[in-house]
Design a protein around this ligand. Structure first.
Ligand SMILES: *Cc1c(COP(=O)(O)O)cnc(C)c1O
Length: 421
């Protein structure tokens, strides 16, 4: 029996209606930017396996660092102990994070990094004797699938069964250069009628919404407003972190820095699940007290797993290297050229790119998980490229180590696909 057949017996996949989509392709190997399936077919991983393995799959430097760490210290409880990989990772992260960040809190995945950020904000005010219960978030944002993260997410088409159990969230549109005054008016109304605990946002680009970009100046105005109102801001950089936007973090483009930052995905270079919620000294200080219950009692068993920390440290070392920084620059330039080549195609509505992320919206209407999407996905896979359309958006988020030849193939396959829509 093939892996694909054996899979169907006991496995339940995420984001899948198994009655309509019973098959899952079995991947047996990944190296650099190439995935190999059980029949020996190869695919360029043009979305870096959900934006994780930005230094390439099975990167020798990272796997070697992880292997060394595994032989030294595999795991130990972080509530009671500390260790070199966690200490070193905190030092390295603080060096590259926005300058107001000072404390590093460990989580297991992007959703729980957001969950912890939300809980930090609620307890920050609670510890100061204030009860605040409402969050503000962008329309169409995505922040994860646990209850808090699901609540602040604005992409709720598939969240029907849970809607009655979500926390209270008010939504604002993303800034587009002309609507900032309108947004500020909305914010003032929200703030005078509710106890707002925080504003959570994907800075500059909303991933799951279809790589939708927004305007940095408007976002800065919004963040400044919250700062003046003493309302905490939470940047969800789970997707944008670690070089995707051309800077280490998307927040680097914006003058007003967030109080809390959520990180995951490329944090561990696609090797081991881990996430981090970082915060300012001011946020941390609200949890210091002679009263034990004012501490932050949110914990995951595998917090600060040393092996995951080793992967993260190696990833940051690579991110800072000349080779990777050059790779990012090369991809950004290639995206510009590609954009000029296709932007006037009759089947394209709009194109955009930020850092190594490139996206185009098709003129056609397309369901998020509908027939045209399936047809495109199949076309891409048959052509040897793994691309995963979102709504009517086709987007690229390639590993920084992609070769010129591989990148040109990704572009070509997208151009060819434009003829079948
Ligand atoms: C992927 C993602 C999450 C959720 O992370 P998981 O590790 O899948 O739980 C949260 N926020 C953003 C912006 C993401 O892209």
């Amino acid at each position: 029996m093939t892996l694909q057949e054996r899979d169907k017996k006991h496995l339940w996949h995420p984001l899948k209606q198994h009655q309509l989509q019973p098959e899952s392709l079995a991947i047996v190997k990944a190296k650099g930017c190439v995935l190999t399936d059980e029949n020996g077919n190869e695919y360029i991983d043009a979305i870096a396996s959900w934006y994780t393995c930005m230094y390439g799959h099975c990167n020798d430097y990272i796997t070697h660092s992880v292997y060394k760490q595994m032989q030294q210290l595999d795991h130990v409880m972080f509530s009671d102990f500390t260790h070199e990989p966690a200490v070193k990772l905190s030092e390295e992260l603080i060096k590259i994070l926005p300058e107001n960040q000072n404390k590093i809190y460990f989580n297991d995945n992007g959703s729980t990094a957001v969950e912890a950020g939300i809980k930090m904000a609620l307890q920050y005010y609670y510890n100061k004797g204030e009860k605040r219960s409402t969050f503000i978030a962008f329309e169409n944002g995505f922040h994860g699938d646990t209850f808090g993260a699901m609540s602040v997410s604005g992409l709720s088409v598939y969240n029907g069964p849970f809607e009655d159990f979500l926390i209270d969230v008010k939504r604002i549109p993303t800034p587009n250069g002309t609507n900032t005054e309108i947004i500020l008016k909305q914010l003032k109304a929200f703030v005078s009628n509710h106890d707002i605990a925080g504003f959570i946002y994907e800075p500059l680009i909303q991933g799951a919404a279809g790589m939708k970009t927004h305007e940095a100046l408007g976002l800065n105005t919004i963040l400044k407003y919250f700062k003046n109102q003493n309302i905490l801001t939470i940047a969800d950089e789970v997707m944008t972190g670690f070089g995707k936007t051309g800077r280490y973090f998307a927040s680097d483009y914006i003058d007003t820095k967030p109080d809390i930052i959520c990180l995951s995905k490329a944090l561990t270079a696609g090797l081991i699940p881990m996430a981090i919620t970082s915060c300012t000294q001011d946020v941390y200080a609200a949890f210091l007290s002679n009263d034990i219950s004012k501490g932050f009692f949110h914990c995951h068993t595998y917090s600060a797993n040393p092996v995951a920390c080793a992967a993260a440290i190696a990833g940051i070392e690579l991110l800072k290297s000349k080779d990777i920084q050059n790779g990012i620059k090369t991809i950004m330039e290639a995206h510009s050229t590609f954009q000029k080549r296709i932007e006037n195609h009759p089947n394209i509505k709009t194109t955009r790119h930020l850092g190594v992320i490139f996206a185009l919206d098709l003129n056609t209407k397309m369901e998020r998980y509908g027939d045209l999407r399936d047809k495109l996905l199949k076309f891409f896979m048959d052509s040897g490229v793994f691309l995963r359309p979102l709504g009517n958006t086709i987007y690229i988020q390639v590993p920084y180590v992609i070769t010129e030849k591989q990148l040109q193939k990704v572009y070509q396959v997208i151009e060819d696909a434009l003829e079948i829509v």
